[in-house]
Design a protein around this ligand. Sequence first.
Ligand SMILES: Cc1cc2nc3c(=O)[nH]c(=O)nc-3n(C[C@H](O)[C@H](O)[C@H](O)COP(=O)(O)OP(=O)(O)OC[C@H]3O[C@@H](n4cnc5c(N)ncnc54)[C@H](O)[C@@H]3O)c2cc1C
Length: 502
Amino acid sequence: MSDRRITKIVIVGGGTAGWMAAAALSRTMDNLSIRLVESDEIGTVGVGEATIPAIRLFNALIGIDENEFIRETGGTFKLGIQFHDWGRIGDVYMHAFGQIGRSLGMLQFAQYWLRGRNDGVAGPLGDYSLNEIAARQDRFARLPQIPNTSLDGIAYAFHFDAALYAAYLRKIAERAGVVRTEGKIASVRRNGESGHVEAVVLENGEEIGGELFIDCSGFRALLIEEALETGFEDWTHWVPCDRAIAVPSENSGPARPYTQAIAHKAGWQWRIPLQHRTGNGHVFCSDFISEDEATATLLDNIEGPMLAEPRTLRFLTGMRKRAWNGNVVALGLASGFLEPLESTSIHLIQNGIAKLLAHFPGRDFDAANIDAYNRRVRFDYERIRDFVILHYHANQRTDSPFWIRCREMGIPETLARKIGLFQSQGQIVREGDELFIEIGWFQVLTGQNIMPGSYHPMADLLTHGELAGFFADIETIVARTASHLPTHEDFIAQHCAAGVPA
Ligand SMILES: Cc1cc2nc3c(=O)[nH]c(=O)nc-3n(C[C@H](O)[C@H](O)[C@H](O)COP(=O)(O)OP(=O)(O)OC[C@H]3O[C@@H](n4cnc5c(N)ncnc54)[C@H](O)[C@@H]3O)c2cc1C
């Protein structure tokens, strides 16, 4: 067998994507020289502070101690996302992580809940979710299972400071041998025959050569687009927001263990609680509201004094036609962008890295391998895209042209099928290894007032009394368990307060 192994990797960019890639590759592979180039003058996008539970797998992959990670990034725990005013003004629901209730026989909890609502014996869905009850009471603990029951415990993710996260990963990567070069890339040298990238050339003339290039250069997409002209698939017609105003503010109380997503006239606002500040942003559609008005709306709705001037970020929703082209793999904003409503971008970076490891190439860059990677990454992007669109499309708001347009706009066939099946059968089919589980879709669908016409007939096998008892038992166990959890604030103070040495 000939030795076609890659030995030299160049990572372009030192934002979240660049340092995640550097940390993961250096901690999982041997005999690789990894160089990362970043420009202090250009800087990073500076947002991206809410995550989903799968990030814990990434932490495990690179061997992070979770308390240290939270301490060093000013982090907090996240139990889900609370949505305000999405279906109708005044509505509040939560997409809580983890399972809700428990399945019984062959049927998932959601089917019993649909019957229970119909029969008047089931309360709001969130009453059966430990995550949601804990979130409502600002409580948190690490509890994988509710003791002495078959009920899942707490499923969690994190909020963290994006700049501190990149710095933390940098320490890990540099310790594992990654060499960082500060400098601005001025040009890219490509092979005349294969078209592969051979080197990036810095403004000072230094050339950094490699075999595999990972483009983490942010929206600019220096290699995958500027050099290789891979092409971009624009999804703005389905996900209409194109700008965000971001501003940090002082905390006005204990940090909540969940993200808030508050719908406004032409977009929505995030509140991400950290230990040392709150991240706020207003994502909006510039066809319907001016930047000044969007800024004013945001500033009217932050809870503490602002800590910096608001700044505007412009973006285009969609994905690169191929995330991997030749010897360049794009990760992060260089590979595509889905707005942060379900906090999925960092996950897509992690996902790209995991799939790159699975499809790690040789120097021949086998086309079938690259195709397989691209197909899988596309599938992940498209399924998450559908989930995000659902939030916009399934609204009943009549107060603004933006929401009316979202309701009336066309949606991808894949999403239309999902909504159609749910409306008729109350059923959700999770395709392949798509990211969001059935109960996640269920919470958003019902939270935005899409109720199905029926439920599975097997749910009728319980008598009315048995069904009422089933719900009462779960509600009691969940409430009792939540009441014994420490507050989120106390948990952090005890285990992972920022600025407190280990
Ligand atoms: C408004 C908004 C909110 C978001 N919120 C979330 C969220 O809550 N959760 C989530 O998961 N994601 C979120 N994201 C996405 C998240 O911010 C990004 O996925 C993440 O930060 C990764 O960014 P990046 O590393 O790809 O790019 P960047 O942070 O932009 O980094 C690009 C890097 O490339 C370098 N670079 C560029 N050009 C050159 C050059 N010529 N020479 C040398 N270096 C260069 C830069 O210096 C920088 O180091 C959000 C994004 C936006 C826009």
